[in-house]
Design a protein around this ligand. Sequence first.
Ligand code: LLP
Length: 427
Amino acid sequence: MNGFNYQEDRLHCEDYPLDSLAKTYGTPCFVYSASAMTAAYQTIKAAFECQNPLICYAVKANSNLAVLKQLCDLGAGFDIVSGGELIRVLRVGADPSKIVFSGVGKQTDEIEAALAAKIKCFNVESEAELLHIAAIAERLDTKAPISLRVNPDVDPKTHPYISTGLKESKFGVPMNQALRLYTKAQSLTGITVKGIDIHIGSQITQLAPYLDALDKMFSLIDQLSNQGIILEHFDIGGGMGVRYEQEPDFPIDALSDALQQKMADRKLEIILEPGRYIVANAGILLTQVLYTKHNESRAFAVVDAAMNDLIRPALYDAVQAVLPVIAQTNPSERFEIVGPICESGDFLAKDCLINLESGALVALASAGAYGMSMSSNYNTRGRAAEVLVDGAAAQLIRRRETIEDLLAAETNLDTVTRAPLATISAR
Ligand code: LLP
């Protein structure tokens, strides 16, 4: 975890104590360290100095406007996957020529909006999508810049739900169709061929899958070039893993060295799409114990955060450390940390050596990526607040949702009294 440390036994985000933060903003609450995000971004930038890549932050990892603004100010571009994410990044002043648009199911209105914004590139995932984008661009009397996302068929050795570069996955076009599709793309009036891209998976901790993918892609790039298809850029995607528990630091320098060596003297702009690497360890989910309970074999701490706030443990069996907000010297109990939701899958952590009682505050570590961005309103629970800490200053960057927020989009039944709603907070 970067940006989080104990000062006089109190867990702080930078110089702000988390117990004070809980008092001011309530719980559950995502807390992000501005300097940790900057540091992670700068680490990537420095590691890839040689290639001077365009770093397109993958918005899906954490799409809060304040986070996007900070990265935009640092010079980042953005990898978006929806019209909603396009609007977010444009709203923080992103330079459209630094936006790439990924995803297997881009829809007509999203394609039109991205063309109107003049984004850098559509990362195209199928022949059908290529033809659809071409037709829209032609109708609008413009040209869509595209790259083909090629599926290199490598095993990234990560959780199956976040492995994307295996040939049986829904992502990208098979290597052996690339030449035909590039030739087709070049013949379409509404298309300008710009580059090629891959994204083999997420939370990758080893170098080998990248090396395999790079070898395959450079040989494809050469094959295309021999056929007169000259590409301007190579987007190697995201996926760089972080330390949740015991994972080794991702060998980012080694990846950059290998890329440099394999690229040889080919003239290609490099694009990266890191998400998790920039934000995961810059954030925690702060939550308070409501009750503790014991059955014959287990001790449970029921906290006010739940799987709707942080779904990673339930969905991927992800393990994220649990840190007591007030340091403990001799923890003696083993707790399962669970939420109030009516599902046995509603757990945040298992088998934690920690002493807990009602009212205690804990931080779920490494929750800056795919935490808030994957949260939901399941059980009519409002989404948590988000706070950005910079030094000793904290700023509320998303207020806690109220029940009125949740009901606002639904048919308003005049007969329903509104009176009691105001008094219940939407946890
Ligand atoms: N580029 C593309 C095309 C992607 O699909 C993704 C992530 C990224 C970049 C960024 O990957 P990253 O650098 O963050 O690994 N919800 C899962 C992760 C899903 C990743 C989906 N695609 C989790 O919580 O582990």
